[in-house]
Design a protein around this ligand. Structure first.
Ligand SMILES: NC(=O)C1=CN([C@@H]2O[C@H](COP(=O)(O)OP(=O)(O)OC[C@H]3O[C@@H](n4cnc5c(N)ncnc54)[C@H](O)[C@@H]3O)[C@@H](O)[C@H]2O)C=CC1
Ligand SMILES: CC(=O)C(=O)O
Ligand SMILES: [Mg+2]
Length: 625
């Protein structure tokens, strides 16, 4: 709260309320950290080794001598009291040792070793772990998140040491309502849940998918400042259809095929009821559910619970922001977006999510009428594993049906049902080629050669599939084949390309990580009843407007990950504002909806900032229960 009133000239009544909120948070929840946490003690109900073994409270060698006395720690630690800065220096020496002989590149085998070292730190000292992650986010996001998190999921049986998060399995039916009370935290703000059925582009990983929920929540803490004591990764194990895992005696999940139909839904229903009973204000992010369930569950829960599907809705927003950036990068106004011809490879949860959102955005720009919505449809050409989707296809997925081209439209373009991607690109000459297919190398030399005939002055190539090996093409391939004048965005990080003439081919990371943390934080702080399309749209528009004209003209359409905390703050503020406008905001803690409504833009920004957790050690005070 330093300089708060001075800076924003807030009314003293409002200032008091905001100040009270921060204070009350600490007192009500002794383990709650906030930005002002460093100045207020935290009450703990344990001492001695119990403290050292609790990653939420542990400070390791940073416990001061007086604290060591107060908490019965004297003698349990080496005598030299270290500052947190020294602790991190010592840790980084260990972590960096791995890099001495490391070759470049995200798939380097050292990535897994780095993950192990970071994970051990996560297990023993959360504050320090998040400090390392936040201060070095560019370097370690690719370790705790895509691409390395994919490798972690695939090798989970071997890597598993200490459990993290909760596991609900098909065997727990009827027990979930009581099981949920086994989690030690009284307050949970954010749950990321997966059933492991489609982890990144790696298919069914069964129980091993918990790694993705952990990785996403790491970003919630690092980017959105959600208190790490209030996040909960969840794995719902309904079996796996991955035969390799089923045959592996060391596999840690249920060794049975996946539940289907009503049996499956009843497990997810029971889980939702249990977590919302214990934590009525929690937000649940569905992650990496196979498409057939992703859409059904989203429709089933989105009007009842505070939930969203990151792959369907988060990805859509990030892609829209990127597509609008691609329009601006041609020196055209965003309103030209409805003129873009877009080829999408992949009609799963992510591809269809993007198509629906892009169509709606175009329709809005064209006047938001039925006719506008209908005409926007004709900007898209969708190719899946069976080629171009037209109305001639038998058994089209319900979600893909609105994007099936009419047979006569396809004919006019010289295309048939099931036409190959290269033929579609050759004939359509799209402005944008976007991949959410999970097929590495799908944008082959031929496909990229065909894109050279694009009618766009600056074609956009978005190989958005993860992890790195599943990217539809590399930036080197894109820039060398299609030319320098492209916009490139991939789902997993790549290094910029040296184009050899003093020019740099910029590699953007088009990943839902730029939106989901802000969507979650904004929803939390607004106390929104549900997450509406308008809130998601506001998040996407905020990201789209974040980059300056100059950056966009230089091909930079997304912020670097080093700015993820800043963009997340802005996205959260945009989400809150929209929730207020839609009358969905019920307030957060002791800031009720009326007070929220009175906040101006600057005050909303400050409200967000003041409720983001930072990794600072609080002073610990022991109190008997
Ligand atoms: N960058 C980002 O933020 C995000 C990236 N993704 C990535 O998108 C990919 C797909 O995810 P989902 O849609 O959930 O998977 P999905 O399995 O539901 O869908 C995959 C789609 O690709 C199609 N496909 C398969 N082979 C193809 C081929 N040869 N040509 C054209 N299409 C082909 C399938 O028919 C299906 O329609 C994954 O790799 C995932 O990691 C997903 C969410 C966010
Ligand atoms: C990024 C993400 O959510 C995915 O690849 O599934
Ligand atoms: Mg995902």
């Amino acid at each position: 709260m330093r300089n708060f009133s001075h800076k924003l000239k807030l009314s003293s009544a409002l200032l008091k309320r905001l100040q009270h909120r921060v204070t009350a948070g600490n007192l009500n929840s002794p383990r709650c950290f906030t930005t002002t946490e460093g100045h207020r003690p935290t009450i703990v109900h344990k001492r001695s080794l119990d403290i050292l073994h609790d990653p939420w409270f542990n400070k390791g060698t940073a416990f001061s001598m007086t604290e060591r006395d107060r908490l019965d720690l004297r003698g349990l630690l080496p005598p030299n009291v270290m500052s947190s800065k020294q602790q991190i220096e010592r840790f980084m020496v260990d972590l960096k040792r791995l890099e001495v002989n490391a070759r470049d590149g995200p798939s380097d085998p050292n990535a897994l070793a780095k993950w192990r070292i970071l994970n051990r730190l996560h297990d023993r000292n959360e504050t320090m772990y998040y400090k390392v992650l936040i201060d070095n986010i560019e370097e370690y996001a690719p370790i705790v998140y895509t691409p390395t998190v994919g490798l972690v999921c695939q090798n989970y049986s071997g890597l598993f040491r200490r459990p993290r998060g909760m596991y609900f399995s098909a065997e727990d039916r009827g027990e979930m309502m009581s099981m949920v009370y086994n989690w030690p935290s009284e307050q949970v703000d954010m749950i990321v849940v997966t059933d492991g059925s489609r982890i990144l582009g790696l298919g069914d990983q069964g129980v091993q998918g918990i790694g993705i929920a952990i990785g996403k929540l790491d970003l919630y803490v690092a980017a959105a400042g959600i208190n790490p004591q209030r996040v909960l990764p969840v794995m719902i194990d309904v079996g796996t259809n991955n035969e390799k895992l089923l045959a592996d005696p060391l596999y840690l999940g249920l060794q049975q095929h996946r539940l289907e139909g009503d049996e499956y839904i009843s497990v997810i229903d029971e889980f939702m009821e249990a977590v919302f009973t214990r934590w009525p204000h929690v937000i649940v992010q569905f992650e990496d559910f196979q498409s057939k369930w992703a859409f059904k569950l989203l429709q089933r829960y989105r009007n009842t619970y505070r939930m969203f599907n990151d792959d369907v809705q988060g990805t859509a927003g990030v892609a829209i922001a990127g597509l609008l950036g691609a329009v601006r990068a041609q020196g055209r106004p965003m309103i030209d977006f409805p003129k873009m011809k877009i080829v999408v490879a992949g009609a799963g949860s992510a591809g269809i999510g993007v198509l629906n959102a892009a169509r709606k955005t175009m329709a809005r720009m064209l006047g938001n009428t039925e006719i506008a919505f209908e005409s926007a449809r004709s900007q898209f050409w969708v190719v899946d594993a069976n080629g171009l989707i037209t109305e001639a296809r038998e058994n089209i997925d319900l979600e893909a049906r609105p994007f099936a081209r009419k047979v006569n439209e396809a004919d006019r373009q010289g295309l048939k049902e099931g036409a190959s991607l290269v033929d579609v690109v050759r004939k359509v000459k799209p402005d944008v080629l976007l991949g959410l297919s999970a097929v590495g190398g799908l944008f082959s030399k031929e496909v990229l050669e065909a894109l050279k005939e694009s009618t766009s002055t600056r074609p956009a190539i978005f190989p958005m599939s993860n992890p790195t090996t599943n990217a539809e093409c590399t930036p080197e391939e894109a820039f060398s084949i299609v030319g320098e004048n492209i916009i490139f965005a991939s789902g997993s990080p790549f290094k910029n390309v040296d184009l050899g003439n003093g020019h740099v081919g910029h590699c953007n990371q088009g990943n839902n990580m730029y939106l989901f943390p802000g969507i979650g934080l904004g929803t939390l702080l607004a106390g929104a009843r549900i997450i509406s399309d308008g809130m998601l749209q506001a998040a996407a528009e905020c990201l789209a407007a974040y980059m300056t004209e100059e950056e966009v003209l230089n091909g930079i359409i997304y912020p670097p990950i080093s700015r993820i905390r800043d963009i997340t703050k802005e996205v959260a503020a945009a989400v809150i504002k929209e929730a207020i406008e839609e009358d969905l905001a019920e307030g957060y803690r002791d800031i009720d909806s009326r007070e929220l409504c009175r906040l101006n833009q600057e005050e909303i920004n400050t409200f967000v900032e003041n409720n983001m957790w930072s990794p600072e050690y609080p002073t610990l005070i022991y109190k008997n229960d």
